[in-house]
Design a protein around this ligand. Sequence first.
Ligand code: FES
Length: 139
Amino acid sequence: MAYSEKVLDHFANPRNVGELENADGIGEVGNARCGDIMKMYIKVDNDTITDVKFKTFGCGAAIATSSMATEMIKGKSINDALNLTNTAVMEALDGLPPVKVHCSVLAEQAIKSALSDYYTKQGIDPEPIVGKISHDDEV
Ligand code: FES
């Protein structure tokens, strides 16, 4: 399966690349099998994700999915971000080859990891809200 135009575009021109100074939440996840790492920074104001940036040391699909995922949560509520699935990210990119599905899982987990850090910083136990984050995914 070839990559869609959207995947190629988000890989070649990734949105929201970088770091956020004074981020309210920082998440980092990796995939043990391929060794790819994704770092996600979020700014939160009044339950809204006002800004988000990412750094991905990984494959093209990981870069494209993190780029698309950041676009999908920017300006949205924390709840929307928590409900963003890797399937929704893949659909927004017009699909990914089956061997690249785990890359989109990494993007979903990176957002959850950043939200988990956000709650921890607020003194709130994140696990009942965000669920368990796999920092080293074997998918
Ligand atoms: Fe591992 Fe894409 S090959 S994240």
